[in-house]
Design a protein around this ligand. Structure first.
Ligand code: GDP
Length: 833
């Protein structure tokens, strides 16, 4: 688009029409209305004016230099996270608000001007390149015989223009011709259209109208096609117009990621989407403009159109995003996020409700109508945020998705009951996640309460009370009477101090989804825990595979709020779908980026699932843990009775050697539950059920995530399977077999092969295509491969014992009589425990 109206230009540069008109007037241009056409000359005049008017700068304000260290976690390959520590120095410049505003405006304008300049430069370059190409073409064809040589060195599609009789070239030629025709038709149409708007046609001719990419008029492309016959003459003729149009297709670098839509591909190749659709149709694959092509197909199309293809790595988009989200600012202490876990009926809900009722800063009593799955409380010593979702779901689901939302676990144990299966499970989950535990010994109001029993029970699970020299605080409480709650919160805050939790409130918001639902009236509603930075109403957010602008934000009391800082849970409205618990939320700069990544993730979703399904299988687990020092097979083991569980745990843990080991990350008596499945998912473990089955919830996760779950009723079978898996993890040894030996009896010099050894095969068989070693007095002096193997004058694949042959060895010319040439093969031998 080289000729636009003022209105269109205003849109392009994102400036109000009035302002643009004003700027144009200042630049001395005659435009007065939005409908008038702006030529390129005029655009340049405007550009020059804008540039010159931004010359003067305000004097340098005061500077502050800060040094910062930020730590963040980067999510890679599904559920793995790496923490990244960035130390940087940053200079802040203090300015008044007016200055900042003026600065921003100026920057925006400068950016626009720069973009325009870059575009103009690119166009000029494109013209130049095309011109050079045409000249080369003309010369190439003129010198007749050299044509094919030129074709060979020209990596660009113009080779199709060289008269080489070749079916493929012919086809390509046809294709280029067709494209050009389409382009020039299109050009002509546009030209006609524009002519109607333009004040004078003459002006157009004078204007150095630079055109985008491979556009050319019919006439020009004709000249180009005829190459040597008319190329030069035509060139000359065109020169008379005082400007040059591209004469050959411009080779662009087309970046293709994992997937790309037809329209995106078209945009990158600067052709109309319809052309690709047409092309694909001809190839027998009907597609639509919005259809997503896989990388291979897109590459084929781009190459067929004569462009260079740059394959973008799987995660380039995500990496780019992570890069763009880097932020430095002062970090402050943030409130701990707590999950309450424990056995059913031990008082989790009662405890959460009590704290909520007693502590949540809600104006009116009973104002809590909506249960949002997370809330925060203010205490004298600081704030604590609770994730309040049923069961252990909040914790395990999120962890299974690689999100670490919880800083501290409150383990509720009823003093009248003791350590129960889910207590144990909670301990396993917390330990697997490396989250400190604060034990709430509940129901202390009951006469039969026996806190010592609980201390003993938990100590057996390696949760050692502080007073016994361990690191787990045990706080006696009563969720019913409300006693001990302050002490419990205090203990939590004390643990938090040790953890040194930090966040940077000035950064763009980042967080994690606690839960989400589809509300009939309000659409998708997601409860998000802000973990770092500040989330504001109006922010564009990317949440898992969803995105959207935060239309409204509500706190835990259903009150509308404008912003939420670190460790604050909020409900957000405005997403395009309901994300999953554990999905990461981040504020991104613009909708385009958000949509791009969301779409990419949606496409990726299936693959990730498949990849995970692959990685989670017992046979494949070892593949995923190449770098670890000692490879570990993680197992979640559920059994019908304690006896068999202990027997199995004992024998499984005993398997392995100093390279591989088994770790039972979770185990217990009873059926396989959702929580077990999540634990297996989070720790990349296989699920074993011994005489027990999985419930529906667990099966759903196993299926959705492609976990490996196996049922057994014979202990021996489990042990055999695990042994096999461990053997697989050991990998294999490479062993060498000597296949044949040939003795050098004579050395010939051949102009073609260099030194050729006349040999006698004295052992086994000498093969042409196997690696060899040369031995001189039984010492290896060379290792490589054969260049040639001949018997008499014939090339042969192998020569047997007792026969003579001629052997040429690649890059080894110092063969001597008496050397031995040893032919060998490498075989992989599986290792066993
Ligand atoms: P959850 O299943 O862990 O969420 O347990 P609940 O909070 O639903 O509590 C189960 C039962 O224990 C309820 O009947 C509660 O009233 C009761 N309960 C909870 N905490 C206490 C407590 O501190 N003292 C007494 N006496 N009962 C309690």
């Amino acid at each position: 688009m080289t000729q636009v109206t003022v209105k269109e230009l205003a849109q392009v540069v994102a400036t109000p029409v009035e302002r643009l008109l004003q700027q144009m007037r200042e630049a001395g241009l005659p435009h007065t209305s939005a409908e008038q056409v702006v030529t390129d000359v005029e655009k340049q005049a405007l550009l020059a004016h804008l540039k010159s008017s931004h010359g003067a700068k305000a004097e340098e304000p005061r500077k502050i230099t800060l040094q910062r260290k930020t730590t963040s976690t980067l999510r890679v390959a599904g559920s793995k996270t790496i923490s990244v520590e960035v130390r940087k120095k940053k200079t802040f410049v203090k300015r008044s608000p007016e200055e900042i505003e003026a600065e921003q405006k100026r920057e925006a304008e400068e950016r626009r001007a720069e973009e325009e300049a870059v575009r103009l430069k690119a166009e000029a370059e494109a013209r130049e390149r095309a011109e050079a190409e045409a000249r080369r073409q003309a010369e190439a064809v003129k010198s007749g015989a050299d044509a094919s040589l030129v074709a060979a060195v020209t990596a660009e599609p113009v080779i199709a223009e060289v008269p080489v009789v070749d079916a493929a070239a012919e086809r390509k030629k046809e294709e280029v011709r067709r494209q050009e025709k389409a382009r020039s038709d299109e050009d002509e149409r546009r030209d006609r259209k524009h002519a109607q708007h333009r004040p004078s046609l003459k002006e157009k001719e004078k204007a150095p109208a630079p055109r985008v990419a491979p556009r050319s008029t019919d006439e020009e492309s004709d000249g180009f096609r005829r190459g040597g016959r008319g190329g030069k003459a035509k060139l000359k003729k065109r020169n008379q117009h005082g400007f040059q149009n591209p004469t050959g297709p411009i080779v662009r670098e087309v970046a293709i990621g994992e997937t790309i839509t037809v329209s995106e591909l078209a945009q990158q190749m600067a052709v109309k989407g319809a052309e690709i659709v047409k092309f694909m149709f001809k190839m027998g694959t009907p597609v639509t403009i919005n259809q997503v092509l896989d990388q291979e197909t897109a590459q084929l199309v781009a190459e067929e159109f004569g462009h260079k293809v740059k394959l973008v790595s799987d995660n380039a988009l995500e990496e780019q995003l992570a890069e763009s989200l880097k932020f430095e600012g002062e970090s402050f202490h943030r409130a701990p996020v707590v999950t309450v876990m424990g056995h059913v009926d031990h008082g989790k809900t009662s405890l959460l409700d009590y704290i909520r009722r007693a502590k949540v800063a809600s104006g009116e009593a009973g104002g809590i109508t909506q249960h949002i799955g997370a809330y925060h409380v203010e205490t004298d010593r600081g704030m604590v945020t609770f994730l309040d979702t049923p069961g252990h779901a909040a914790f395990t689901q999120m962890r299974a998705r690689g999100a670490k939302a919880t800083d501290i676990v409150i383990l509720v144990v009823a003093a009248d009951d003791g350590v129960m299966p889910q207590t144990q499970e909670a301990v396993q989950h917390a330990k697997a996640a490396g989250v400190p535990i604060v034990v709430a010994v509940n129901k202390m109001d009951k006469p039969e309460a026996n806190p010592d029993n609980i201390k003993n029970g938990l100590a057996a699970l390696d949760v050692i009370p502080e007073e016994w020299g361990g690191d787990a605080p045990f706080v006696p409480v009563s969720a019913k009477a409300g006693t001990g709650i302050d002490e419990l919160l205090e203990a939590v805050l004390l643990q938090a101090e040790v953890l040194e939790l930090k966040a940077t409130p000035s950064a763009p918001g980042r967080g994690v989804v606690v839960e989400s639902r589809l509300d009939k009236g309000r659409g998708p509603v997601a409860t998000v825990l802000v973990q770092d930075g500040t989330l504001r109403q109006g922010d564009m957010v990317l949440v898992g595979v969803n995105y959207g602008r935060v239309r409204a934000m509500l706190d835990e009391n259903g009150k509308s709020i404008k912003e939420a800082g670190p460790s604050i849970p909020v409900e957000i409205l405005g997403l395009d779908g309901t994300p999953d618990a554990g999905d990461e939320m981040m504020v991104v700069a613009d909708e385009k980026k958000a949509r791009e990544v969301a779409l990419f993730r949606q496409g990726k979703f299936r693959e990730v699932k498949l990849a995970r399904a692959h990685a989670g299988k017992l046979e494949n687990i070892f593949e995923t843990m190449g770098q670890e020092e000692k490879k570990t097979l993680n197992i979640v083991l559920k059994s019908d009775v304690r006896g068999s569980l202990e027997a199995l745990q004992g024998s499984l843990s005993g398997l392995g050697n100093d390279e591989v080991q088994v770790r039972v990350v979770g185990g217990g008596v009873g059926g396989i539950t959702e929580s077990d499945a999540n634990l297996a998912l989070a720790s990349n473990a296989v699920l074993f059920g011994f005489n027990v089955r999985a419930d529906a919830g667990a099966r759903k996760i196993v299926e959705a995530e492609g976990l490996d779950m196996r049922y057994y009723n014979v202990i021996y079978d489990i042990i055999e399977d695990v042994k096999k898996a461990l053997t697989g993890m050991l990998g294999s040894d490479v062993r060498e077999n000597i296949l044949g030996i040939a003795e050098v009896r004579d050395v010939f010099r051949s102009p073609k092969f260099g030194a050729v050894a006349g040999c006698m095969v004295v052992e086994g068989v000498v093969y042409r295509n196997r690696p060899i070693r040369v031995l001189r007095e039984d010492v290896v002096i060379f290792e490589g491969e054969l260049e040639s193997l001949r018997r008499f004058k014939d090339d042969v694949a192998e020569v047997r014992n007792g026969m003579e042959c001629g052997i040429g060895v690649k890059s080894y010319n110092d063969v001597k009589v008496g050397d031995k040439i040893e032919v060998f093969e490498k075989v992989q031998v599986a290792r066993s425990l």
